[in-house]
Design a protein around this ligand. Structure first.
Ligand code: 5FX
Length: 512
């Protein structure tokens, strides 16, 4: 068990930024740093952390951007006098499904990193594929159909892996690379997920993929907790060796590479705990209890892995914060204050006006475009500005509730909605969330629950070795606080509106 007085680090490589949160032994946050890809690393020319290719379906991020971001993050921590020597362990998380292709020989480079050079300089030639496919990619429909066919249909694939084939899932992305760029695939000695890639950088060795993130690849037999040979064979040759064996999410992978000890003053005993996907990490950060709802993903604890995957599937929306920002720019002069004024100037239910704002192809429903309806259910091309603002927020919240209910979720008397992510610091948006769910919304001090969750997981990883559960580790953690409560009688508005939302969604789906 870890002695008192240590620090634990969580690292989160999300779509738009790399972030670190350190906590002390009492689980208090003692340090936060971030690197924003577009602003801090403009030389890579990303927009919102990604390159959207001309077909509008292929979405990638340069892998060296991620490497350089880690250099920058650690330098920033060093400049702010963060005491790396007190770190007992670290863990982390990454956007799910994205993949990194290590070139033949990269393992030797990783194991022998000279401390007088940046990671970016050391690893410049270590990747067979320079642009990593990420979760926003939807270019692999052909590969999905092929994979489902090879195992006897979508249901069979779901029985094995927990999900039907999805374009962004890693197996289909790997199949595309093998088909379109077979030379790159051949040159690849190891494939990491975004999460296990960052773990590898800290470890100075290839890090195992954890069971949880591995279940978002369309490749894992989720009951056997191992790769399904049928799925591997359907995607690309020799894949098992390139993936390495998956491990439980609390596994200690080893100590940090001597590179970090010499360059930043890490403790040589600092352990690297397996990294995982951002959605499972968020659950750890939010400390969900049975019956709670989390606002970025919706989950009731206590489900087996199959259902958990299904829940994450249903509650991953591509059109979230970026779509809200777009409407803020178009209808609220690019200002959150104006956006808040517009929300306050309109009433719950928006006088019957309702909108679907899918700036990019949504995951569920698979629809793109902006679809606005007036109170008579007639499609209109525009709303007045303040109506547009309320419509985008109500539409997003109604979608969350509608999909939660589809899976059997019921709002009970003691239901709490736990909000995380950027919008959780905006009380006016939270008010709509509370009203649509007719339940109080709770928030934590940090908006990044995935990163915080990994700082908690880092601590738990050390304690798990002596049999402690995650709940044991968390027993003295600060509780989330009530941020807003629902307005009176608001369920009378949103109850009927939810039914209308589902009807209109059907219409939009059929018309697209
Ligand atoms: C989950 O399946 C998703 O695709 C997204 O939530 C990504 O994990 C976002 F990073």
């Amino acid at each position: 068990m870890a002695a008192a007085g240590g620090y634990y680090l969580g690292v989160d490589l999300s779509t738009q930024q790399l972030k670190a949160i350190a906590i002390d032994d009492n689980l208090n946050v003692i340090h936060e740093t971030s690197v924003k890809f577009d602003d801090d690393l403009p030389e890579f020319g990303t927009q919102d952390g990604a390159h959207v290719h001309s077909d509008k379906l292929t979405v990638t991020t340069p892998v060296l951007l991620w490497v350089k971001a880690l250099d920058m993050l650690l330098e920033r921590m060093k400049i702010s006098n963060f005491d790396f020597s007190k770190l007992k362990s670290l863990s982390g998380t990454g956007q799910q499904h994205g993949s990194v292709y290590w070139k033949e020989g990269a393992i030797q480079t990783l194991k022998n990193m000279p401390d007088d050079r940046s990671l970016h300089q050391i690893l410049e030639t270590s990747f067979a594929v320079k642009e990593s496919p990420i979760w926003m990619d939807s270019s692999t429909t052909e590969e999905c159909l092929q994979l489902e066919k090879s195992v006897g249909g979508p249901q069979n694939l779901a029985d094995i892996t927990g999900s039907r084939a999805y374009e962004r899932f890693t197996g289909n992305q790997i199949a595309k690379i093998n088909k379109k760029n077979p030379e790159d695939y051949k040159k690849t000695e190891r494939i990491s997920l975004v999460s296990s890639f960052v773990a590898s950088l800290f470890l100075g060795d290839y890090a195992a993929i954890d069971y949880s993130d591995g279940s978002g690849m369309n490749l894992m037999d989720i009951r056997a907790h191992n790769w399904s040979q049928r799925c591997l064979d359907a995607c690309a040759p020799g894949l098992k060796e390139k993936l390495g064996a998956p491990l439980p999410s609390h596994s200690i992978l080893g100590s940090v590479s001597p590179y970090y000890v010499k360059r930043f003053g890490f403790n040589s005993e600092c352990k690297v705990i397996a990294f995982t996907g951002d959605n499972p990490a968020s659950l750890a950060g939010m400390q969900l209890q049975r019956g709670d709802i989390a606002s970025t993903i919706f989950l009731r604890l206590g489900f087996p892995v199959v259902s958990m995957r299904l829940f994450i599937e249903f509650f991953s929306f591509k059109n979230g914060s970026l779509t809200r920002e777009k409407i803020r720019d178009e209808s609220a002069s690019g200002s959150w204050d104006e956006f808040a004024k517009a929300l306050k100037a309109t009433c719950p239910g928006n006088n019957g006006n309702l909108g679907f704002y899918f700036d990019v192809m949504e995951i569920t429903p698979a629809v793109v475009g902006i679809h606005r309806f007036n109170a008579k259910n007639c499609k209109v091309s525009k709303f007045p500005k303040e109506v547009d603002v309320r419509a985008v927020i109500e539409g997003q919240m109604l979608a969350k509730r509608a999909y939660a209910e589809k899976l059997g979720f019921e709002v009970l008397k003691d239901t709490r909605v736990l909000a995380t992510g950027g919008a959780s610091s905006n009380p006016d948006i939270l008010q709509v969330l509370a009203d649509v769910f007719n339940a109080p919304v709770y928030t934590r001090d940090t908006t990044n629950s995935a990163c915080l969750g990994c700082a908690y997981r880092a601590k738990h990883g050390l304690q798990a070795a002596s049999g402690q559960s995650f709940a044991d580790t968390m027993k003295n953690a600060p509780e989330p606080k009530v941020a807003v409560t629902p307005a009176c009688e608001v369920d009378k508005v949103y109850g009927p509106m939810l039914a209308r939302y589902m009807e209109l969604e059907k219409l939009v789906r059929n018309n697209c």
